[in-house]
Write a protein that binds this ligand. Sequence first.
Ligand code: AP5
Length: 219
Amino acid sequence: MTKIILIGPPGAGKGTQAENISQQYELPCISTGQILRQEIQNQTDLGQKCQQCIDNGELVPDHLILEVIHTRLLQSDCSQGYILDGFPRTLRQAQALASSEVLLDGVIYINVRDEVIIERLAGRWIHLSSGRVYHEKFNPPKVLGKDDLTGESLTQRKDDKKESIQRRLISFREDTQPVIDYYLDQSRSSTTRFIEIDGDRPLNDVFTEISAFMNSLQS
Ligand code: AP5
């Protein structure tokens, strides 16, 4: 059973690498951003409550996210471990996870410079229902504008506009950097391992380093 957190600024490549890890290690990927985008698409009560926050690049309130995660982790596919992508991103969320007695094996912090983030988000295209992520230059789909597996149309995210990206970067520094410090500190006195990875490299190089870390957890 392996439980992993992927953490990092917007556009660091968390979703992209979560999909790679999920395939290679047969672990479900739980992306709070993807769950919320689907709720918005389906116009559920939760979707309506969080749409404005997401479009503006603000964090959704902790109590809503904790409810989402609590429900999701109870599903049977999580019984053998999982990858958390985008959760926790506040200290309150990290403490709630710790108090539910989840023992994490590893925390993977993917770090990327702000200039790189802006170029990545401007060229990102997603397949909304699966969460598959492409980039028009760095990771293009086989057919322009179409998902590789379903052939369905790709879209751009509303929160990938300039003002929202700036807010997401501020929120990363103010709310999520303390979570990274928290896990780094924890790794010194617990069995949870922590690694910082330079995400400003080709996709495969980043994944090679992640794989080495994952293999070290399992050996
Ligand atoms: P979320 O979906 O989690 O967004 P995020 O954290 O801002 O991260 P992104 O999805 O933008 O980036 P990523 O790191 O996954 O990068 P990606 O792989 O796509 O959250 C969205 C919103 O939901 C939040 O703003 C908030 O409102 C809400 N929310 C979610 N969780 C919450 C929580 N816990 N609490 C409160 N609110 C929450 O890659 C980006 C692009 O770069 C892609 O085009 C990709 O192809 C490309 N790329 C990736 N890696 C590389 C590489 N190595 N080289 C070149 N290109 C690359």
